[in-house]
Design a protein around this ligand. Structure first.
Ligand SMILES: [Zn+2]
Length: 310
């Protein structure tokens, strides 16, 4: 099973259009050792010729054009079959609107996320212009489910619905549906003959705190793609307009007591990769002390175009 990281940045991308922080400014003037990144997006293929998406990034059009496996083959026959959404955050769903153009596909989301997108936002009516255009599938929180030759398990994470969802609407929704992490492994029934013995990738781009149960689950993974949004808890407070800490925004910082570097120091089995990296995070500068600390702790920093095998 092939997994491609099409985008590795947090919302806004790197550089961000309205940002002249040290990282964005230095990337633009060519003085930063590092690369630009689009907003987080994964593609996977477990069946030859068929591809599926995890997230629907606002940068999806560019990401598809940068990835020849995702190009249409004949006429308008796209290899993209299924899209799995971990939340209703804009940087994870806006790309759905880019998949219109009379293409039929399936979207997998928790019931609450489906309601937000299909009942509260007329914009997504572009995905219901003909019968069978988009087939919505509910993600169960209590049992594994299959998508495109892969076996998925949803992990309900502490987190909230996006700020654009009204308070009254939120009372009608299941809070456990708001943010999920995903465990992905090749589906042994589909991939009979391949060595698919429990190889598992964990995708958790937005995690505010890690319980002992979650830590135990992640210990048994082979690849961990984890929230790399902010280096420090107070980093977002330095961004004009933001009044919440990283943890309050639902992102465990990398550094400091209880940060992900400390928390996962004993995790030996998984290949550990930070993803969903905000443009203010100093690890984007490959000459920084913080980047060196991350690498010395055994972590990698995801970049667009990175390929993984499960
Ligand atoms: Zn910036």
């Amino acid at each position: 099973m092939r997994v491609k990281i099409l985008g590795s940045a947090a919302g806004g991308g790197f550089p961000q259009w309205n940002c002249a922080c040290t990282n964005c400014r230095r990337l633009r003037d060519g003085s930063l050792l590092g690369t630009s990144r689009t907003q987080t997006e994964l593609a996977w293929s477990a069946v030859p010729g068929e591809w599926n998406l995890l997230n629907a990034s606002p940068d999806l059009r560019t990401q598809i054009e940068s990835t020849s496996e995702l190009w249409p083959r004949d006429g308008r026959e796209s290899p993209i079959r299924d899209v799995v959404l971990p939340s209703a955050e804009l940087d994870q769903v806006l790309g759905l609107s880019l998949l219109r153009e009379f293409h039929s596909f399936r979207v997998h989301a928790t019931p609450s996320v489906r309601k937000i997108l299909t009942e509260d936002n007329s914009l997504f009516g572009v995905l219901a212009r003909f019968s069978g255009q988009v087939n919505w599938q509910d993600i169960p929180l209590d049992q594994p489910f299959s998508v495109g030759g892969a076996r998925f398990e949803a992990l309900s994470l502490p987190g909230s619905f996006p700020g654009f969802v009204s308070a009254s609407r939120q009372t009608e929704l299941n809070p456990q549906d708001a943010v999920i992490g995903l465990l992905i492994s090749p589906d042994s029934q589909v991939n009979s003959g391949e060595d698919s013995s429990q190889r598992t990738l964990a995708f958790l781009p937005g995690v505010g705190c890690v319980s002992d149960t979650l830590l135990g689950t992640l210990q048994n993974c082979d690849i961990l793609l984890f929230d790399g949004t902010f280096w420090s808890d107070d980093e977002p407070l330095r961004i004009p307009g933001i009044t919440r800490t990283a943890r309050q925004m639902g992102h465990l910082p990398l550094s400091g007591p209880g940060g992900s570097l400390e928390l996962f120091a004993t995790l030996r089995r998984p290949r550990k990769i930070f993803i969903h990296i905000n443009n203010t995070n100093p690890i984007l500068d490959e000459e920084s002390r913080e980047y060196r600390m991350v690498r010395e702790a055994g972590w990698e920093v995801a970049h667009d175009g990175m390929e993984l095998t499960l």
